[in-house]
Design a protein around this ligand. Structure first.
Ligand code: KG4
Ligand code: ZN
Length: 341
């Protein structure tokens, strides 16, 4: 089965060719540098960039996979959630393609695509659904922090999510307070390598709650007050590294402990993690350690599949087709769907 996939939900324009669980090409035009100037994603600029980049990215995805559009069995596209106008660019392109080729169009939930990206690995990237087992899955990105129980393939239930800021948003906002460039997550990760994670104690909200929800806005606020009261820390490069390491330790501690707690309670043997924040060095290390101690197996999305990409969209769409549940999209269905179904 041969699919073409498009992802334009935020600030990456991506197109991929997927065949029988293998990602044959996965092109990404990142807009990070453009938005860095403004300290965050500017929706109008993102939309214009998608318009500019989608066609060349799509052409390159076909060329790299050595595939012609006429060979496709289906077209897949991220349907939501995301920036509405950014989504619209990818959606309308996919719709036009599917219409002219007379092939099915499969709308994909962005979170669900992140969820299953943890099952893709290797070079070329290949989905390993033969190894599939029920899991508790952490999806951590700039927009979302979700814990999901995956009972069977394509059968999942949302356990908890953030009540305010997402984990990636917390990384980005703290970085902004410290004066680091956008996106802040990779910057904090890099500087934290030279810092002491025990230098400063930051709160770990919601850790004692008996639910699977998260809250990160209090942590961000406590960093704001800390910086106001300790200007010396921000003035020294070692101080900034220690601060980054301490904030990162708090975020990772919350993510790891809540994920393990949910996995134990639900009685699964597998934990997965995906989304942009799953690139974080300490999160990857600490989650692996905690899973090991708890007798759980961990599937971490490969780093190129953590951040937004069309490969994961194509992999999930193919899986849906194989399970006989294509989500064929009608035009009115574009309204971004905020629920993880
Ligand atoms: O999944 P993603 O590419 O886009 C969304 O759907 O949001 O995630 C982007 C987020 C940003 O907040 C970015 O700062 C964060 O992932 N991120 C990281 C790292 N790499 C990316 N956060 C912490 N450590 C990293 N190494
Ligand atoms: Zn994402």
């Amino acid at each position: 089965m041969l699919l073409f996939a498009i992802e334009t939900s935020c600030d990456e324009t991506s197109a991929a060719v997927v065949q029988d669980g293998c990602v044959r090409s996965n092109l990404i035009a990142s807009q990070v540098k453009l938005h860095a100037e403004y300290g965050g994603v500017v929706p109008e600029l993102a939309t214009r960039e998608h318009l500019r980049n989608l066609l060349p990215v799509a052409q390159e995805a076909f060329r790299a996979a050595n595939v012609d559009a006429s060979q496709l069995d289906a077209v897949a596209v991220t349907q939501g959630p995301g920036l509405p106008n950014a989504l619209m660019i990818g959606f309308r392109a996919a719709q036009g393609m599917a219409f002219s080729l007379r092939r099915p169009l499969i709308g994909i939930n962005h979170h669900e695509a992140h969820l299953y990206s943890a099952w893709v690995s290797g070079n070329p990237p290949q989905a390993d659904f033969a190894a599939f087992e029920p899991s508790v899955s952490l999806i951590v990105s700039g927009g979302h922090t979700l814990l999901v129980l995956v009972r069977a393939e394509l059968d999942h239930r949302l356990l908890g999510s953030t009540l305010d800021d997402a984990a990636g948003e917390c990384f980005d906002k703290v970085a902004k307070l410290v004066g680091l460039p956008y996106p802040g997550g990779p910057e904090i990760d890099r500087l934290a390598e030279h810092g002491n994670p025990a230098a400063f104690a930051f709160p770990r909200p919601m850790l004692r709650e008996a639910n699977d929800d998260f809250s990160f806005s209090g942590l961000k606020t406590s960093v704001r007050y800390f910086l106001r009261d300790h200007p010396d820390v921000q003035a020294s490069s070692q101080g900034v590294c220690d601060l980054c390491a301490s904030v990162q330790a708090a975020i990772v501690d919350i993510l790891v402990r809540k994920t393990i707690q949910a996995a134990k309670r639900e009685g699964v043997l597998i934990v997965t993690a995906s989304g942009g924040v799953a690139c974080n060095r300490v999160l990857r290390h600490d989650l692996a350690l905690a899973c090991d101690r708890a007798g759980l197996r961990l599937r971490l999305a490969d780093k190129p599949f953590c951040t937004d990409n069309a490969g994961m969209v194509g992999i999930l769409a193919e899986r849906k087709l194989r399970h006989g549940q294509p989500r064929l999209v009608v035009p009115d269905d574009i309204v971004p769907n905020l629920a993880l179904k």
